[in-house]
Write a protein of this length. Sequence first.
Length: 562
Amino acid sequence: MSENFDEIALSRMLKRLIKKEPLVQSIINNLSDAEFCIKDAQNDILYGKDINFSQTFPLKENDISYGTLCSNSESHEFIAECIMTLMKKEIEKKKIGTEVLGLYREINMIYNFSEIISQKIDDVSIARSALKEATQIIHASHGLFLMFDSSEDKVHELASVGHNPNKKRQIDKQDILLKELIKKGTAFIVPQERIKKNPAISHLKSVMYAPLRVKDRTLGLIVLGNEHEKEFTAAELKLLTTIALQSAAAVESAQLYQKGLKEARDREEAIMTVHKATQKFVPVEFIKSLGKNKLTEVSLGDQVEREVTVLFTDIRGFTGISENMTPTENFFFINSFNKRMGPIVRKNEGFIMQYLGDGFMALFPNGSQHALRASVEMHEALKEYNVQREAKNRPEVKIGIGMQNGKLIMGITGDVERMDAAIISDTVNTAARIEGLSKYYGTSILLTDMCMENLSNPGEFDFRYLGPVKVQGKQKPIDLYECINGDHKSLYKHKLDSSRVFQQGMELYFKKEFAMAAVTFQKVVKQNKNDHTAKLFLNRAAHLITQEIGDDWKGIEAMDKK
């Protein structure tokens, strides 16, 4: 128990025990009526008086003498045993206190290290921080942060501490051994014999390493060495292992972040490639709307106010589709999609004003009937396109469409060196947000009450009323309608057959009879779980059952973003 205490430390402990512990003094006083004295290792009297006693009893712990009990009676050996027993207890308390302090320091170190690496977003910074922390706490003179690169099947240095001009050459020579250690994934203190036999580390007196483990795989190793006469302990190896585990998790997160950043840039470049290829062209219909026949006839500032239906379409899950393709493949995919959709827009007396990479904005000067007809036909064309994609084991493509009818300004803006066709209107912003809401409502085609009022023949299509919504930047709510004609055949049939029940659910919902509304929507969802719109209102009604609803509640859904 006393291996961490020398003679002086034990002697001080004895003095504190005898002079500052009233309970111990009371015990000693009651042990014997005869006189005796207690001295520390320096022969200073701690208890009693020195009157030339004939008997001495050494007080020691594991052959370390820290005091003496002096007496004229051999029976006082019992008192010496009692004192040594009390000292054992003090030593145990001291040792436990030291261990607790060590644990506290270790926990504090782990916390501080976590704070440091949480601010790093690249693996090199994490590696440097890890080595700095490890060498300071464990007092190592050298350190290596090694990573295994599976693409090159090679171990390389990410960071290092300590002077070693030949480390790169030595790492290359030790590549096979290092890969074996990484694959094994265990922490280890290298024996002195192995250190002396290995030229790469023979300049060090002690070496240990810990794996950079993440779940079921090892990313690399942290190696610490000391050029001084100091042997690493099991506790230090445990500490290094903790640092290595935290570092591995941080490195993996940093790598995932960098990978995601690169993928985002690649996708952006893919979309920009498409955008750059299409933004050079101005629709002929736009030129004609300005009263011109040729692009060369337009001038800066030409403009006209028109009432049109603005349609936005968006490829659902474009990011997931595009991330598995190169920029060139993305370009051909978008062109393949656009060449199917463009003719449908033009066939229905509309024109594509702007390509948006994963979708486009189209204008229909002759009203919503043409825009809605084009929307249904685009969904039909997409079904045929997906049959071809399925035959080639390619993922299904889905689109969402949103539209709004209203006035806008079409004109030529820019400067004398660079002109561009532009439209300025709140109608465009609203149409874009309606398309965004089609994702939220789970609809293939979503339109506003203003589009419904503009239809010349609404009986050509089938609708479901979805209630009012207040979109971002608008104070007045807009009523939304779902056109179900663009859905797949089975889903369309389901929505058509259940339209009356769905309408009953909506009526109950706006009457604040949420429990009955939830039951009604449940009937619709039970018939077809792919009816996401009914499922949305089922969840809304179920949520509102437990909410306190004010008298002014009108069921207006406030949407803060597109």
